[in-house]
Write a protein that binds this ligand. Structure first.
Ligand code: GRG
Length: 300
């Protein structure tokens, strides 16, 4: 568990409380979709647990910007919907072809490929509904900017571009620069959107937004380095997804290019850089600083 950056800040309690409110909002976010089968498939993956890191980053950034995190909850849910959609699609046979996610059979293993694709599509579009139609008491121009951020992250400049680059590199020699491109898009772009969207809703200044982009770049790359390390060092039981997958798929990873020790050092350095970006806001950034530590200290 992350070390507290401020002796008065209880990160475990913060995380537990944030997870309770995120889980309740997620549970509330899906209506009586029909057909029933679609509804079940959407709920199956969205409510399957997970660390809920992305919505919590969004709420923490909103608070740092001086906003009320309750007002950012629909956007936090939207970000978790986009994340969940990307996991469902990533697990499909045409992509990473995985059987296990969040400790259960993957969506397509339970509902079939067609429903898994459509459940992902429905979660992606519901994300935009959450922001535009279900946010209360947030100025429209802020919501418009959030919709813009989500459009960028869900498209070619974000997740899709990163995923295509990743698929094209399977089985090939990949250098650090290309690996960084893949991770900044496939993983980092959504983490960046989490903090920028939360901060936009909270009414952040341009200075804070820029600092949060630097913070997000650091935690985004560190997150993926740790993901690569855990793929080698942790078990499928602990991860809730198939361990050792990168080796099987012949993927280039940070441990493969740099070794485990250097990879960990690099993740630690990136988290230091991320935290340094928030130095001017250090009195109010305990949650984001602790979340950065959590990323490198996590075991799943
Ligand atoms: C946007 C239409 C559209 C498609 C998405 C499939 C795809 C394109 C992108 C793949 C993105 C992806 C799955 C990146 C991996 C990111 C990653 C390391 C996920 C694991 O995140 P955790 O550990 O998972 O936070 P939990 O389960 O805790 O939420």
């Amino acid at each position: 568990m992350a070390e507290s950056v401020n002796s008065n800040f209880d990160f475990s309690a913060y995380l537990a409380q944030a997870r309770v409110s995120v889980e309740a909002a997620l549970d509330d976010s899906l209506g009586p979709e029909r057909p029933e089968h679609l509804r079940e498939a959407m709920r199956y993956s969205l409510l399957a647990g997970g660390k809920r890191l992305r919505p919590i980053l969004c709420l923490a950034a909103c608070e740092l910007a001086g906003g009320n995190p309750q007002k950012a909850l629909p956007t936090a849910v939207a970000l978790e919907m986009i994340h969940t959609m990307s996991l469902i699609h990533d697990d499909l046979p045409a992509m990473d072809n995985d059987d296990l996610r969040r400790g259960r059979p993957t969506n397509h293993k339970v509902y079939g490929d067609a429903i898994a694709i459509l459940a992902g599509d429905a979660l992606l579009t519901r994300a935009f509904e959450m922001v535009s139609l279900r946010s209360n008491d947030v100025p429209k121009e802020r919501l418009l900017k959030v919709v813009g951020e989500l459009s960028l992250v869900a498209g070619a400049p974000g997740l899709v571009g990163g995923q295509v680059a990743d698929l094209e590199c399977e089985g090939k020699e990949v250098d650090l620069e290309t690996l960084e491109f893949i991770h900044l898009h496939k993983t980092g772009s959504l983490l960046k959107a989490c903090v920028t969207c939360g901060a936009l809703i909270g009414g952040a200044s341009e200075d804070l937004l820029e600092a949060l982009r630097v913070y997000a770049r650091g935690i985004g790359l560190a997150f993926q380095i740790i993901d690569d390390i855990l793929d080698v060092t942790a078990s499928s039981d602990v991860l809730g997804k198939t361990a050792g997958k990168d080796l099987i798929a012949d993927k280039t990873t940070y441990p493969k290019l740099l070794g485990l020790d250097e990879s960990r050092r690099r993740a630690d350095d990136l988290v230091k850089e991320a935290k340094a970006a928030l130095e001017p806001w250090k009195n109010n950034s305990a949650p984001l600083l602790a979340l950065a530590d959590y990323i490198t200290n996590r075991d799943r």
